[in-house]
Design a protein around this ligand. Structure first.
Ligand code: G3D
Ligand code: MG
Length: 178
């Protein structure tokens, strides 16, 4: 095998951020196990799940940190953000409050790790009563230099895989620029 065809392998930590019950744990479970389990327990602490993602000639092992969204963890959140290469910022597309809280989640993330790629997710798009619109998601990504958005469903799998492959692409592109 020539040197040029050899895959570059790296590990990137990403953080899942957003209000409790928007579907963060469900999304990562869907991505890692490709299964939606409606009956698992709420996230009490931090879970780290690993998954390999390929992009061009690069293999990235994602270490996905699932941070409990509960207020009780507010004081120690910065420890969980530390060292992250990017984040998935998740809201519930049927709940405007969770959309309105996205910015403060992202600000607290940036305070710790600086400006990093963010993929914003409006989750639960399988439900009929959506409140968050494409315009809303466009207006939030306008505030950030390296951000994208997707409507996702951990329940039916819509864009679940894409959420993780997009953050990997943004992280790799950012690394290439630096
Ligand atoms: P969190 O990790 O952000 O706190 P969870 O959120 O993954 O624990 O999900 C919270 C609730 O939303 C769960 O409901 C879960 O099944 C549901 N949920 C997550 N993603 C989706 C989705 O894409 N579509 C729909 N319809 N529901 C979703 P329960 O009642 O099982 O606790
Ligand atoms: Mg959770």
């Amino acid at each position: 095998m020539s040197l040029l065809s050899k895959k570059i392998h790296s590990t990137s930590k990403i953080a899942l951020i957003g209000d409790a019950r928007v579907g963060k744990t469900s999304l990562v479970r869907r991505f890692v196990t490709n299964m939606f389990d409606p009956s698992y327990q709420i996230t009490l602490g931090t879970t780290i799940m690993k998954k390999d993602v390929e992009y061009l000639n690069q293999l990235v092992t994602l270490a996905i940190w699932d941070i409990g969204g509960q207020d009780v963890f507010k004081q120690i959140r910065s420890k969980y953000y530390f060292g992250s290469k990017g984040a998935l910022a998740v809201c519930d597309a049927t709940n405007m409050t969770t959309y309105n809280n996205l910015e403060s989640w992202v600000e607290s993330f940036i305070e710790v790790v600086g400006k990093k790629p963010i993929v914003f997710l409006a989750n639960k798009c399988d439900l009929p009563e959506l409140q968050v619109t494409e315009d809303d998601m466009n207006s939030i990504i306008d505030n950030y230099s390296n951000a994208e958005f997707l409507f996702t469903s951990a329940k039916d799998g819509t864009n679940a895989e894409k959420a993780f492959s997009n953050i990997v692409r943004l992280i790799i592109q950012e690394d290439d620029i630096i």
